[in-house]
Design a protein around this ligand. Structure first.
Ligand code: CU
Length: 157
């Protein structure tokens, strides 16, 4: 019995970005231009469970405030708007990506530099808190490194 507990604990440590039925992948932040006082973060949340969950908020010590945002189309212009939560459907996945939902880091304490890693804690209504190490990519990055490599693979074919 003790051995089983130890194995379970080891497995938990091996998968820090998982809680219950949720897993977080493809996380990245965009480096902030020198003049910017805010940065945007993106993650993919996969829910393998039978119960829908919701991302309720996020926290990180790189900025004074962290908000959940989406983009809405206002005539021909896309504007960012704060949202209370982002739904994660049962047995589905939610992609936060440029031009859509994102995590906004407002009033940066220091500029986000490419190559830096930022621990970000995501708070879910049911799964609780999940902390992910989020790499900072270039100012114009549109996808996490793994996804970007995927695209390169497709182009080579
Ligand atoms: Cu935003």
């Amino acid at each position: 019995m003790k051995t089983m507990t130890a194995i379970a604990a080891a497995l938990l440590f091996a998968a820090p970005a998982c809680a219950a039925d949720l897993s977080v992948s493809d996380a990245f932040l965009r480096a902030s231009p020198k003049v910017a006082n805010a940065g945007a973060g993106f993650v993919t949340i996969t829910n393998t469970g039978a119960t829908a969950d919701r991302l309720m908020g996020a926290s990180a010590d790189v900025s004074k405030r962290v908000e959940l945002h989406t983009h809405i189309k206002d005539g021909e212009i896309f504007r960012m708007r704060q949202v209370e939560s982002i739904a994660v459907p049962a047995g589905g996945k939610t992609e936060l990506k440029p031009g859509g939902d994102h995590i906004m880091f407002i009033d940066l304490i220091a500029p986000l530099k490419e190559g830096q890693k930022v621990p970000v804690t995501l708070s879910f209504e049911k799964a609780g808190k999940i902390t992910v190490e989020v790499p900072v990519l270039s100012v114009s990055a549109t996808a996490a490194p793994a996804a970007a490599m995927d695209h390169m693979g497709h182009m080579a074919k």
